[in-house]
Design a protein around this ligand. Structure first.
Ligand code: SAM
Length: 211
């Protein structure tokens, strides 16, 4: 469903993030004008606050070049084992060869909408943390994806959306999407990225008001 829409989205990302002839700069290939330290550090805070042991698996759905995962590996207090999926083969190649080469087999090319179908080895394991930007999905595809994902989340699902995307969609925060309003989440105060934290133990229930 909606293949043409995803094809248009993919073409947009390729055109915008990977203009031909330009060098692949670390930040711009993920859509940033500069390295987003303060946004990425907010993920670090969330993961550290909810960590349960010396090691944890983290899946970024729409991982781009693996830059965020690499940041987490460098900054969180536990050992991060990264996993990622992205529909741009060039971004996944970057994650495999440049940013997370020691875990190259954990990265796959595919539409987040279809996860875990087609994700090979990634699918069976379950993850301590899953990071998901709801804006990557067409309306109608989000709720079924989230319900599949919650079965794979062992600790926390982190919904995240960057401010420019929220502005362009006229939305207030990372959980302000039709397909995730049924979740119980804690909304973190806005900043360089909007984050909504969904504990694995309570995948459904009444949505809380933003604070
Ligand atoms: C803004 S970048 C974010 C990269 C990384 N997660 C971060 O926070 O730095 C968004 C990425 O999502 C990917 N993407 C968007 N929609 C997707 C979809 N439906 N399936 C797979 N990847 C998608 C794009 O190719 C792009 O690399």
């Amino acid at each position: 469903m909606g293949e043409a829409r995803y094809a248009r989205r993919l073409a947009w990302y390729r055109r915008t993030y990977w203009p031909s002839g330009s060098q692949v700069l670390e930040a711009s290939a993920n859509g940033f004008s500069a390295y987003p330290t303060s946004a990425y550090d907010r993920f670090v805070e969330v993961l550290d606050a909810r960590a349960r042991g010396p090691c944890g698996t983290v899946l970024d759905l729409g991982c781009g070049t693996g830059l965020l995962l690499r940041h987490l590996q460098a900054r969180v207090s536990f050992r991060v084992v990264p996993y990622g999926v992205d529909f741009l083969p060039e971004a996944v190649a970057c994650a495999r060869h440049l940013h997370c080469p020691e875990h190259a087999a954990h990265f796959s090319v595919g539409n987040v909408r279809d996860y875990p179908a087609g994700a090979g080895r990634v699918q069976a394991t379950g993850f301590d943390f899953v990071l998901l930007d709801p804006s990557l999905l067409e309306q109608g595809d989000l709720a079924p994806l989230v319900s599949r994902i919650m079965r794979l989340v062992r600790n926390t699902l982190v919904l995240y959306v960057y401010p420019d995307v929220l502005d362009s969609l006229g939305l207030r925060h990372a959980a302000d999407f039709e397909g995730v309003r049924q979740l119980s989440y804690n909304l973190l105060s806005p900043g360089d990225v909007s984050l909504a934290v969904v504990p694995a133990a309570s995948p459904t229930g009444r949505a809380r008001s933003p604070t």
